[in-house]
Design a protein around this ligand. Structure first.
Ligand code: NAD
Ligand code: IPM
Ligand code: MN
Length: 358
């Protein structure tokens, strides 16, 4: 039996981009994938089908899988479900249950897209940074949380930013190890000037940094980091962030590379099992119209080949194929430039397959 890959397309463009990534995995092996691929529903699609966004059977499949490909979930109907239903299920639960605490989000500028960014070519050309977003703590999981009624009758919404030292330590180690294998720079982002959870974050990252003297460590407050990312993004190598700040900064970093449709990610834990998810959401505004850029999803599959299966040559083949289609001028609407060849989601997937099998 081959290694087990659980495919969770989700909602909206999640389904569209996932179909292309699965196509690419098959093409890699001449039409029949070496992986044992199981597909299941998650999100609103699953809720409509099974009455829950994430069924026990799907959770079991996630536990059994060697790696998971995740598309995107959400949409107006999903966001309107009761908070208990949304919060107890879905993406947040999977990330926590599988202890995937390190979310690597590489913002890499393909040279062919230097003019597709809304920032000037001279600012973004050659950009290659890695956001490492902590994924199991912070406001996303802190207790207490909820909407309560005050004695006055007014309601109060509560979320708690909290981080245990061990949670900060493990992701910091992951960050320094990544930096060591890259350009040996790490910038930790926090809000230590205001928040105690972030004061502890800075203290622990500083302590861990002493074990990595070869890595040049710096610290930035998140507001200043947002500015620096726009002003001079190439100063960064690894950017280590708490959960919430990483969520926000990575969408911004995506735009440096041309489009959020270009940014893949790997959510990793202590072992080789990982979940691979594009940074973007289910994009209700363009869903079902063959408009979505599938490259973030396809590049996420490449990260899976590399990190969960040690298939470095295969990962490179996929990344080179993406580079190849961009060089040939294929562009989805989000990265369209004058003089390029228009492609829909499927045409872009086909172009990657053609490049792989040429
Ligand atoms: P979004 O990322 O879905 O879309 C933001 C904008 O980027 C939209 O204009 C969209 O058309 C565009 N975009 C996104 N992906 C694209 C792609 N591959 N190609 C071309 N354009 C793309 O964010 P949103 O609109 O804030 O959220 C929509 C829904 O998705 C919400 O329900 C949200 O909760 C959910 N969401 C899910 C995930 C996830 O499942 N990982 C991530 C983010 C948002
Ligand atoms: C992401 C998404 C998710 C997050 C949402 C949909 C829970 O925005 O993966 O970036 O905030 O983590
Ligand atoms: Mn996000």
């Amino acid at each position: 039996m081959g290694k087990k890959v659980l495919v969770l397309p989700g909602d909206g463009i999640g389904k569209e981009v996932m179909a292309e990534a699965v196509k690419v995995l098959h093409a890699l092996d001449g039409g029949r994938s070496r992986f044992d691929i199981e597909e299941r529903q998650i999100g609103m699609t699953a809720y409509l089908q099974d009455g829950t966004p994430l069924s026990d059977a799907t959770l079991d499949a996630a536990d059994r899988a060697d790696a998971i490909l995740f598309g995107a979930t959400g949409g107006p109907a999903y966001d309107a479900l009761p908070a208990e239903l949304r919060n107890a299920t879905g993406l947040r639960l999977l990330r926590k249950r599988l202890a995937l605490f390190a979310n690597f989000r590489p913002a890499f500028m393909f040279p062919e897209l230097a003019d597709a960014s809304t920032l000037k070519r001279e600012v973004v050309e050659g950009l290659d940074l890695m956001i490492l977003r902590e994924l199991n703590g912070d406001l996303y999981y802190g207790e207490p949380r909820g909407i309560r009624e005050l004695p006055s009758g007014e309601r109060i919404g509560i979320n708690t930013m909290s981080y245990a030292e061990s949670e900060i330590e493990r992701v910091a180690h992951a960050g320094f190890q990544a930096a060591r294998a890259r350009r040996r720079k790490l910038c930790s982002v926090d809000k230590a000037n205001v928040l105690e959870a972030m004061l502890l974050w800075r203290e622990v990252v500083t302590r861990v940094s002493r074990g990595y003297p070869e890595v040049e460590t710096s610290h930035m407050f998140v507001d200043a980091a947002a500015m620096a990312l726009m002003r001079n993004p190439r100063q960064f190598d690894v950017v280590l962030t708490p959960n919430v700040f990483g969520d926000i900064l990575s969408d911004a970093a995506a735009m440096l590379t041309g489009s959020i449709g270009m940014l893949p990610s790997a959510s990793l834990g202590a072992g080789s099992k990982g979940m691979y998810e594009p940074v973007h959401g289910c994009a209700p505004d363009i869903a079902g119209r063959n408009l979505a850029n599938p490259l973030a999803m396809i590049l996420s599959a490449a990260m899976m080949l590399r990190h969960s299966f040690g298939l470095e040559p295969e990962a490179r083949r996929v990344e080179q194929a993406v580079r190849g289609v961009l060089a040939k001028g294929w562009r989805t609407a989000d990265i369209r430039q004058p003089g390029t060849r228009p492609a829909g989601t499927r045409e872009m997937g086909d172009a990657v397959v053609a490049e792989l099998t040429r």
